[in-house]
Write a protein that binds this ligand. Sequence first.
Ligand code: ATP
Ligand code: MG
Length: 435
Amino acid sequence: MNEPLQALRGMEDILPPVSATWQHVENTLRGLLLDYGYQEIRVPVVERTELFKRSIGEVTDIVEKEMYTFDDRNGVSVTLRPEATAGIVRACMEHGLLRNQRQKFFSTGPMFRYEKPQKGRYRQFHQFDVEALGFAGPDIDAELLILLARLWRLLGISHVSLQINTLGTAETRQRYRAELSSFFRESFDLLDEDSRRRLDRNPLRILDSKNPDLAELIARAPQMTEYLDDASAAHFAGLRTLLDDAGVAHTVNPRLVRGLDYYGRTVFEWVTDRLGSQGAVCAGGRYDGLVSHLGGEATPAIGFAIGLERLVELYALAGQPAPTRAPDVYIVAAGEGTSRLAFRIAESLRNGVPPMRVEVHCGGGGFKSQMKRADRSGAQVAVILGEDEVAAGAAVLKPLRAGTEQQTVTVASLADAIRPYLAGLHTGPVIETVR
Ligand code: ATP
Ligand code: MG
């Protein structure tokens, strides 16, 4: 006998009612970003492996051990995207979107990393990604953080805090890196295998280590701020002033790094203590060197990614249920010819001004079981159609939430009879953004 079919480890199905929370969170994000002037960009989920190796960097967790990489049928090495920035930057370069231009983009979708699955950490997970290209900042840096602070408010999430740091320029980082390298070399015996490997190629990444045994050593390491150039210091100060003006609380964490050459200046992370050890909800930073590193003209840029699994979890913990989207009207129909009338009425109510949200009962059954479904749907009213109603060109209108009696009305006056029960409710087929 065959094994029952199951999803791959670390790849989750998102089922109702949780999917409603996802929609709410995603719609809120989308609405917010559109309001701030960001446009959506959609890029492929699979790219050439080389793109990720060159843009993320060889000496990173992602490229060293987390990528889903395989040869396609033509022998081309391709990779399921582990993050979105690389593909977006590739698309911008390919379509000439960067020359003397500024772009504010957002994108969302699944990412893939071969990690050990656990709560808050999956092999297929989802990110909402925002990238601003062509901006040297620090105004745009501040804008991104200010809009994120608004996002938490919109979602009613209060247990997140912002950590920021600056990584300076490539030159200052080079001096710092040499200093860091000799510091860690002096304590070579204390380093774990990962850190030893990073010592030569990327000692900044050691600061990022999650190994608790290294925490004490890392705390004693020299700090970037001692090596910072004046222009980067001014950039950072400018960002902090704008954050203070906007009332966005933040802590400077000198250990916060993105250990790649082309990440510089601003880096940040929003963290929470509510999700156990997977506490990073949103991470981002400036990557002024990436476009030129990939062969384009030097283009300052900054971006961030939010982990949606963690955001949805935080939203759920904050206690509000996702807004539901019940129909206004549920149409119950049993007997000869009633289906045809039900569909006719449903479409005409949906065409009304304002349009109503209408669910037609499908799948047959008696009035009693249909009424149960009508009630469970959350609709305000049921419209009941039997053979007598079809013959008379009439319908029974039964309020489901108000204490009023049911009434029989003509089909022509049905919409007017329903409307008072919907007063003050949102109707219409549009996806509302929530403010
Ligand atoms: P972590 O330190 O948790 O491994 P990261 O530094 O690898 O995170 P980024 O590459 O900065 O994460 O990705 C941005 C966000 O995406 C993270 O803050 C997190 O919310 C989310 N994220 C990253 N990896 C996963 C995963 N495997 N499963 C779920 N969410 C993830
Ligand atoms: Mg990771």
